[in-house]
Design a protein around this ligand. Sequence first.
Ligand SMILES: Nc1nc2c(ncn2[C@@H]2O[C@H](COP(=O)(O)OP(=O)(O)OP(=O)(O)O)[C@@H](O)[C@H]2O)c(=O)[nH]1
Length: 112
Amino acid sequence: MVRKTNEESDTQPVISLIGNKIDLEHMRTVKMEKHQRFCQENGLMSQFVSAKTGDSACLCFQRLAAEILGIKLSKAEMEQSQHVVKADIVNYSQELVARAVNPPRSSMCSVQ
Ligand SMILES: Nc1nc2c(ncn2[C@@H]2O[C@H](COP(=O)(O)OP(=O)(O)OP(=O)(O)O)[C@@H](O)[C@H]2O)c(=O)[nH]1
């Protein structure tokens, strides 16, 4: 995201590198550290959002605006725009739970 500037301006544009699809974390191809290192090396604001769930979408613009205005967002302000993620509690049968806690023993062993 770039703030418009011209060659005579003394101020540098605020640029943010935004990684989308954080709801698909398990399919990540660009490592988070690589993203953050690139941002550090190039003076960019590193952010991650999900356009699908809306996770951090508002916060990403808030952080950019705050950076441009030279305002430090408080923890409360940052948490304010975070959505509560809803999840269903699955009521597994007792048998399944017992099997997960005490899985049946096998005489075979495999090393990978
Ligand atoms: N799960 C998930 N899917 C997303 C997200 N953002 C976009 N998508 C999906 O990714 C696909 C591409 O989205 P687009 O909005 O077309 O993105 P784009 O940048 O125009 O994509 P290309 O031009 O095809 O590279 C669509 O199927 C979207 O629904 C996200 O945050 N999470």
